[in-house]
Design a protein around this ligand. Structure first.
Ligand code: ATP
Ligand code: MG
Length: 562
């Protein structure tokens, strides 16, 4: 697979790696990993971590493993594994043969735990969950030692083996590291390493009734894979001493090192997996790949490109403090990318019929239109012009304000790639007063240039020939939430945008897009970028998702700030 080279800015993580390389650590190797838990689809925040980890491997000619961090059976499944693989591939990254599963290490992790017991630094504790919490103390008060803390090694080995053998009910015992119940960092107060949990695992089935905790499994999985730099998000900062504590006691050389960076928060959406699952399960959206979702699969279906997402991740960089990134920046990256690559086409979203009275009946002209204004290599296409066309309903106003330079009584407008037309009259429905059709006249000499008398025509509008147009369904999206930081709200569902999806059943598009294949994108002139829906597009019957409108609010924001 062709691997993308993302721009390589310098940041504190690259500084750390540079220093390690200078100091001759890890025999000059750089080995990273991306460790998703297969309990949901990956989202734009994960994409940031994917770009960072795989990007570092590319930059330093190292390796990046894909590891399913599947040590907690609840909620994990093969469906999620498959979606993660598909999404990371689509983002443009590759891991050769290095797809690993932490669940494949269960036997080795168990052996590591036994080793800790033998060293006298882990013990089986028989306090229940409430008691453990009680004994743990608080930020201001130290904890107290568990009464089981001084069990003999022999007894611990026996109990731990019987925990594994399924002799005890869930929660009866845990395996804990023997560190320091008075440690200022609560994470270090004899953390739990293993718990009993009778829950079938999607890969190991019922083989195990004890499962390792994240803190125990993660660092050792890193070590087993010879990871050099284990990059994770800031919430694990307090867990780093525990990471090091475990690794120092069990791994002789080439110890991996944990580095934390700020997670991505994006405005007008939520990036917590738990909340995304809630949106899917309670059907506030139509599945994980709903084009309004911040998931990679949702963004793909919406029509975002991997290039745009990678560019976005490079633009936001990595930092040490959490912040909220404006979704307008992501949309800006999408627009920049599509502007280069999307062929142009015309589609009238809300059609109004126009009859050009002085154009010969039955005559059809094939107008030659460029597929891209700046890229002759993208070629041209024929767009049929005839006596009856559709224009956008909002491109006509009966009583327009002065500055309106579209069609109105007494006014002229240019049809994109075609003639200048002039308003003649309108026909209204007698009962409702709704405008049913317009009658116009055209100036035959204006196909190639301005009107003969040199008068100025301001506006340009898009159109399609009624006889040749194909009906298409168009889906317009708005932000999923009405407030910029729904992630900060406990009752985030209250802020769902009720009009985040508008479906137009009667849009009319030019013929050339009839055969749009799923995931093909266009710029519909004046309306934005649109992508043929991955699931619902049928041959000859495309359904289009609006990816983004043309207007770029990011440019405006950044200009204002400049
Ligand atoms: P959970 O809270 O369920 O653990 P998670 O979002 O941490 O969810 P993981 O599958 O554990 O999901 O994440 C895989 C990797 O992606 C981790 O290294 C995590 O730090 C990183 N990651 C997750 N969310 C973000 C985010 N918003 N920004 C950057 N990296 C993220
Ligand atoms: Mg996690």
């Amino acid at each position: 697979m062709q691997q993308p080279v993302t721009p390589s800015p310098t940041d504190f993580i690259r500084d750390i790696i540079d220093n390690d390389l200078c100091a001759g650590k890890n025999e000059g190797r750089v080995a990273t990993r991306f460790p998703p838990e297969p309990n949901g689809y990956i989202h734009i925040g994960h994409a940031k971590s994917v770009c960072l980890n795989f990007g570092l491997a590319l930059q330093y000619k190292g390796t990046c493993n894909l590891r399913m961090d599947d040590t907690d059976p609840i909620g994990e499944s093969m469906e999620y594994v498959e979606s993660i693989i598909r999404d990371i591939r689509w983002l443009g990254f590759d891991w050769d043969q290095r797809l690993f599963y932490a669940s494949d290490y269960f036997e080795k992790l168990y052996a590591f735990a036994v080793k800790l017991i033998k060293k006298g630094v882990a013990y089986v504790c028989s306090l229940n969950a409430d008691e453990i919490r009680e004994y743990r103390g608080t930020f201001t008060e130290p904890g107290k030692d568990s009464p089981y803390r001084n069990r003999l090694v022999k007894e611990n080995l026996d109990l731990f083996a019987r925990m594994r053998a399924g002799e005890f009910p869930d929660g009866a015992h845990t395996l804990r590291a023997k560190i320091d119940m008075a440690a200022p960092n609560i994470v270090m107060r004899d953390p739990i390493l293993y718990r009993i949990k009778r829950e079938p695992h999607y890969r190991t089935g019922n083989k195990w009734v004890i499962y390792p905790m994240y803190d125990f499994a993660h660092c050792l999985s890193d070590a087993l894979e010879n990871i050099t730099h284990s990059i994770c998000t800031l919430e694990f900062e307090n867990n780093r001493p525990l990471y090091d504590w475990i690794v120092e006691r069990l791994i002789e050389k080439n110890r991996p090192r944990q580095i934390e960076f700020a997670r991505l928060n994006l405005s007008y959406t939520v990036l917590s997996k738990r909340r995304l699952i809630e949106l899917v399960q309670k059907k506030y959206v139509n599945g994980w790949d709903d084009p309004r979702m911040p998931t990679v699969s949702g963004m793909r279906r919406r029509g975002y490109t991997p290039e745009a997402i990678r560019q976005f991740c490079a633009a936001i960089g990595v930092a040490k403090n959490d912040n909220l990134i404006d979704v307008a920046l992501l949309e800006h990256c999408v627009r920049e990318d599509l502007n280069e690559r999307a062929p142009r086409a015309m589609c009238v979203l809300r059609p109004l019929k126009v009859i050009i009275d002085n154009y010969p009946e039955g005559k059809v002209q094939q107008l030659n239109c460029a597929n891209h204004p700046k890229r002759p290599d993208m070629g041209t296409r024929g767009v049929p012009f005839s006596r009856e066309i559709y224009i956008e309903r909002e491109d006509f106003m009966e009583n327009p304000p002065k500055k309106y330079n579209r069609l109105a009584p007494g006014r002229e407008v240019r049809l994109r790639n075609a003639y200048v037309i002039k308003f003649e009259k309108m026909v209204k429905d007698e009962k409702s007063g709704e405008i049913i059709e317009l009658h116009c006249s055209y100036a035959p000499e204006t196909l190639e240039g301005p009107p003969a008398d040199g008068r100025k025509v301001q506006g340009v509008i898009h159109w399609v020939s009624t006889e040749h147009a194909i009906p298409v369904e168009v889906r317009l999206y708005d932000r999923l939430f009405t407030i910029s930081n729904p992630g900060a709200e406990e009752e985030f569902l209250k802020f769902l945008n009720p009009s985040s999806l508008e479906i137009l059943q009667n849009s009319m598009a030019e013929q050339s897009i009839a055969d749009a294949r799923p995931l093909l994108s266009y710029q519909f002139e004046r309306q934005g970028y649109f992508c043929a829906d991955e699931n619902d597009t049928k041959p000859g019957k495309p359904v289009f998702n609006r990816i983004v409108p043309l207007r770029d609010s990011w440019t405006k924001i950044s200009e204002k700030e400049a």
